[in-house]
Every structure is written in structure tokens, then in C-alpha cells.
Design a protein. Sequence first.
Length: 245
Amino acid sequence: MVVTGTGTGVGKTVVTAALAAAAAAQGHTVAVLKPAQTGVCADEPGDVAEVVRLTRGTAHGVELARFPDPLAPATAARRAGLPPVGPEQAAHAARELARTHDLVLVEGAGGLLVHLDDRGGTVADVAGLLGAPVLVVAAAGLGTLNATALTAEALRARGLECAGVVVGSLPESPGLAERCNLTDLPTVCGAPLRGVLPQGAAEMEDFSGRAPGWLAPQLYGSWHAPYAPRAAYDEPVSAGGVRPA
Ligand SMILES: Nc1ncnc2c1ncn2[C@@H]1O[C@H](COP(=O)(O)OP(=O)(O)OP(=O)(O)O)[C@@H](O)[C@H]1O
Ligand SMILES: [Mg+2]
């Protein structure tokens, strides 16, 4: 499965770790592949190290290349004077890991159409080469509906399977937009909501134990959308535009 997001910093790594922990808790062997890690120096922990930390080592992590500039992989590789990691190389590595693991999670860099190499290869091409479903990690707040719908539409245009949408970080007290988005995301994106991670998940002591509670059964979890149907949010507002208490 390929894990992408609507952009950088939306929680792909945290969701990947949760998915890895949930699958491992069901007895599956899991590998996490980061084809190209940008924005960290050689001696700094990258996304793979974060997944291994959060899963307490139950997931096997592999990083193929590292380019220090915090940029798209193709640009960062060019600036470092290093060969980029193209979709074929990433897909090959994923296939190799799949020989010895039940589940292989491939975390892209940034969003779906970020260039991995100077030929315009993307993580969407990796999914296409693998025939793998793509999980979309989305932000919770205002603006997420459009970004997530665009990503889902790009997947459909390429004939790729969308494994659903997971919200990477929901505040403890979600505001109006965050609450409404949880019900609107599946409608607007044409893809099911398959999980919600709480804000602060990455700092939680028992991350692995709690992870299945954040993900739907299709993602090895036990989460079911507890949100009221859309009608609950459509109650009339008062004349002043403020919902009655
Ligand atoms: N649910 C969450 N709980 C705690 N921290 C979170 C959560 N989601 C995201 N973060 C924090 O937000 C930042 C970005 O999250 P993350 O690294 O998972 O994003 P990403 O989509 O993987 O980004 P990148 O494109 O750089 O790989 C991190 O510092 C992470 O700790
Ligand atoms: Mg990441």
C-alpha cells in the first residue's frame, strides 16, 4: 500500500506508523519503505526512524536515499548532485520487501504528484507499477476538502485504487470546520473515511496499543465513524448566523 497525503506535514508518517502497528498487532509482518527522505542530514532521524520508534521496532524500516534540502526529492537530489530514486527503483524495493513481509507500506514525500526524478516520476507511478492501493492522509481543518478531492480525482484519473482517507491529526476540541469535514470528506472525495488520528498521537506513550482504535477494520483497526450523519450539522442557524446553543 502506498501512503500519500494532501501535502507535506499532514501526518503521513504518523498514519503509516499507526497502520504498521495495527497490522503487526494482528500478527502481520510489516515493512515500511521511504524511497527518498528529504530535509534531514545524514545523522538525523528520518521518517523511517520515527515509524520504528512509534511501532517499538515491530515494523522493519528501509530508506533508499537521503537528500538534505527540504525540497521535492527530484530537486533535492539534483541540488545534492546525487542520483534520484525513480518509481521503478522504489517499486522494485517494495516488491523485494513484499517477498518477506505480509504488508509493505510505501511513504511518499509530500503529496501525490511531487517529482521523484527529473523524468517526472511520482509516487502515483510507484502505485501504478505495483498495482497497489493508495491511502490518502488529509488535514482536518479548513481547505482539506478541496485538497483531498483533488488527490482522489488524480488517483481516479490514473486508474489507481484509493484505499480511503485518514485524517492525520484531529484536535481534541475540533472546531466547526473540523467537525463538518469528517462527514463531508467521504462525500466530496468519493472515498471512505478510514480513520482519524488524534492530535498528539505521536507523543502518546502507548501509541502501538492505541493505533487500532484510530483505524477502520479495512486498515487492521477497530475504528468506526462515530460521527453523526450530515443532517445533524444541517440544522438551521439562528438569524444572526450563529447556531443556537
Ligand atoms: N496525530 C498526530 N499527533 C502528533 N503529531 C502529529 C500528528 N500528525 C502529525 N503530527 C506532527 O506533525 C508533523 C508532521 O507529521 P508527519 O511527519 O507525520 O507528516 P508527513 O505528512 O509525514 O510529512 P512529510 O511530507 O515531511 O513526510 C510531525 O512533527 C508530527 O510529529
Ligand atoms: Mg513523513
